[in-house]
Design a protein around this ligand. Structure first.
Ligand SMILES: *Cc1c(COP(=O)(O)O)cnc(C)c1O
Length: 482
């Protein structure tokens, strides 16, 4: 493809993207597809001759684009907001256009230093002190794995430089709760901790926040048994019911034992840009690492996860490679981000944040987040006022968890947990297959609920009013109850 051919084709794609955003409400939120449907629309092998860009683009429009769940749709309330602000998309284009190679400072000084600038801007915007140094990781899952590895090496006094974990004779314990994201357990297992040594700390039955006195007890018992308490992962805004583990108390308990504290604020971290919400993050200054995803509610297009460390030198010791062909002639002062994580080659991810911050502006982003918080509180009030409906977890931020109790033929409320579970899954399924809205069924204390995650950039109050009507129609219909 020549640059001139690229110019023509790229303009077409840009127009298509802009039009799609304008008309997104006319699309179903979710495609009605079975696994394998997309594969079946492709030839089994690559056609031999090259195609015109226009033909490939046509296939994209017809076969590919309609086969995605529209997470930018204002009626999308599933999982979590995965906003892709158009300004951040421009930054992503710019990054692709540069085609930079991020393997060292020297391979693209701007790639490294713009990341340093933007990550520090974000630190200031989220009210973190200047003791923190940050890096952009692809996802919070990776950030958690990096924290697990750093904690492992701290707990074993760099066993990697001697016999590794195999040669280390004491057990290493991980502490988190049942509310933690699945990526936490995965990271622990990948980092060499054993499933037998992952401790699930009790939570408060209503808020689902970690109970610090139970953490204290578990750690004490492990120490008596000769194990090392290596890391506590605090969910600060859990994905399910927005639990906030009390980091101030966790840090007090973990600190004296040099237990690493990793704060997983993947979803909720965006709220730190709102000064009035920062009280929820009390104590995080005492943690060892904090990660959160601008690529969720904040609106930076995937993938962009921030990881802040109190002692980056320790991480660099754990991750450092430095074979001679990569040694920078620029000397020791430049940041070498390859030593702050797992991959060698890095994309220019800072550009999407830079473009978003400068074009959208922090005030507009803050206004949008506040709108969503207000919308979620309003939604909760509406459900609590309806007969046989209940909000079943505290609404700390933008997620509202609801359950509906069906009514039997004689008009009396059905309380049998199995019937209520079946009913919940059925009415959520009906909404989701309709394509009119999308929400996630989830389990809370072993019972099914519907999670309504507010916060898509395009979602306004009238969309929530429409959602309530859809939900009531799907759930309150007597025929569906049995
Ligand atoms: C979404 C989420 C994750 C995983 O984020 P990825 O960036 O997709 O890996 C981890 N923890 C919490 C609390 C989350 O909400």
């Amino acid at each position: 493809m020549t640059p001139e051919e690229f110019r023509t084709a790229a303009h077409e794609i840009v127009d298509w993207i802009a039009d799609r955003r304008i008309h997104i409400e006319q699309l179903p939120v979710r495609p009605n597809l079975e696994p394998g449907d997309v594969i079946a629309s492709f030839p089994a092998s690559l056609p031999e001759s090259p195609a015109a860009a226009a033909d490939v683009f046509q296939d994209f429009k017809v076969l590919i684009a309609p086969a995605t769940t529209e997470v930018q749709h204002p009626m999308h309330f599933g999982w979590f907001p995965s906003n892709a602000s158009l300004a951040s998309i421009l930054g992503d284009f710019a990054s692709s256009g540069l085609g930079s190679l991020g393997i060292s400072w020297e391979s693209s000084p701007a790639l490294t230093e713009v990341e340093e600038v933007v990550v520090d801007w974000m630190r200031q915007l989220t009210g973190l002190s200047d003791q923190w140094k940050g890096v952009i990781q692809d996802t919070a899952s990776t950030a958690c794995l990096v924290a697990m590895l750093a904690a492992r090496e701290r707990a074993t006094e760099h066993s990697q430089t001697t016999g590794g974990l195999v040669g280390f004779e004491r057990r290493l314990c991980v502490y988190t709760t049942n509310e933690a994201h699945s990526s936490v357990r995965k990271a622990a297992l990948l980092a060499g901790y054993g499933a037998d040594d992952i401790r699930l700390v009790d939570v408060d039955p209503w808020t689902r926040d970690m109970l610090p006195h139970h953490l204290e007890k578990l750690i004490a018992a492990d120490v008596v048994a000769g194990s090392i308490p290596a890391i506590v992962v605090a969910s600060v805004g859990s994905t399910g019911a927005t639990a906030f583990d009390p980091v101030d108390r966790i840090v007090e308990i973990a600190g004296p034992r040099k237990t690493w504290v990793h704060v997983d604020a993947a979803m909720a971290g965006a709220a730190m840009v709102l000064p009035e919400e920062r009280h929820r993050f009390e104590g995080i200054e005492g943690a060892d690492s904090i990660s959160w995803n601008p690529h969720k509610w904040f609106g930076t297009i995937l993938d962009c996860s921030l990881l802040y460390l109190r002692d980056p030198d320790h991480l660099v010791r754990v991750m450092s490679t430095n074979p001679s062909f990569l040694r920078s002639t620029a000397g020791g002062d430049a940041t070498q981000y390859r030593d702050w994580g797992i991959p060698l080659g890095r994309r220019f991810r800072a550009l999407k944040l830079l473009f978003q911050l400068r074009i959208d502006g922090i005030e507009n982003i803050q206004r949008r987040l506040r709108r969503d918080l207000e919308n979620a509180r309003w939604l909760a009030t509406q459900f609590n006022a309806l007969p046989n409906w209940k909000v079943v977890a505290p609404v700390r931020l933008q997620t509202v968890c609801v359950r509906h109790w069906p009514v039997g033929p004689d008009g009396s409320r059905i309380d049998d947990p199995e019937q209520v579970d079946r009913h919940t899954r059925e009415w959520v399924r009906r909404i989701n297959i309709s394509g009119e809205a999308f929400l996630s069924p989830a389990q809370l204390d072993g019972a099914w609920i519907a999670r309504i995650s507010v916060g898509v950039e395009a979602t306004e109050r009238h969309h929530l009013e429409h959602l309530i009507a859809l939900i009531r129609r799907a759930a309150e219909d007597r025929g569906a109850a049995a």
